[in-house]
Ligand binder design. Structure first.
Ligand code: TYD
Length: 144
């Protein structure tokens, strides 16, 4: 997508005993997996996320149920609906994300490229826009 986010189709082992999906670091995701966390028991109508990471990359999976992920790279916005246990939304660094519309029983599984470090978070949207702009200005223009 235009924000750099994309949905990755993960391996699926279909089985009458129940289906199975797996994720290998540096194979199905373009980073080493340093941390796994998950959101669960999310009350309907609440929103999670609301931050960006300076360096961390993540794969966001609706392990159960469904939710929406709104992303913003400072220039473009996109919205993804996740409702398959074998789909992962790859979210690069410097992308603001917000998760909402959790279904009842919805579980958001996150595979992250780094351990928890509060200094890597940008939790203020105005600051995010400023850092995103500064980074774009420091980068060579993409090929046209
Ligand atoms: P927060 O990042 O605000 O949740 P989200 O953005 O997903 O809605 O995290 C909530 C709290 O949990 C915050 O005090 C930091 C803490 N936390 C950890 O200690 N380790 C972790 O790996 C994560 C993701 C959060």
């Amino acid at each position: 997508g235009k924000t750099g986010c994309r949905v990755i189709d993960l391996p699926r082992v279909a089985d009458p005993r129940g289906n199975l999906t797996f994720v290998e670091g540096d194979n199905h995701v373009p980073f080493d997996i340093a941390r796994v966390y998950y959101l669960y028991d999310v009350p309907g109508g609440t929103s999670r996320g609301g931050h960006a990471h300076r360096d961390l990359q993540a794969l966001i999976i609706a392990a159960s149920g469904s939710f929406d992920v709104s992303v913003d790279d400072g220039e473009h916005q996109e919205r993804f609906f996740l409702n398959r246990s074998y789909h992962g939304l790859l979210v690069p660094n410097m992308v603001w994300r917000e998760l909402d519309n959790f279904s009842s029983g919805g579980v958001c599984l996150v595979l992250a490229s780094a351990v928890y470090e509060e200094d890597d978070y940008i939790r203020d949207h105005a600051e995010f826009r400023e850092v995103a702009r500064a980074r774009r200005a420091a980068e060579p223009a993409p090929p046209s």
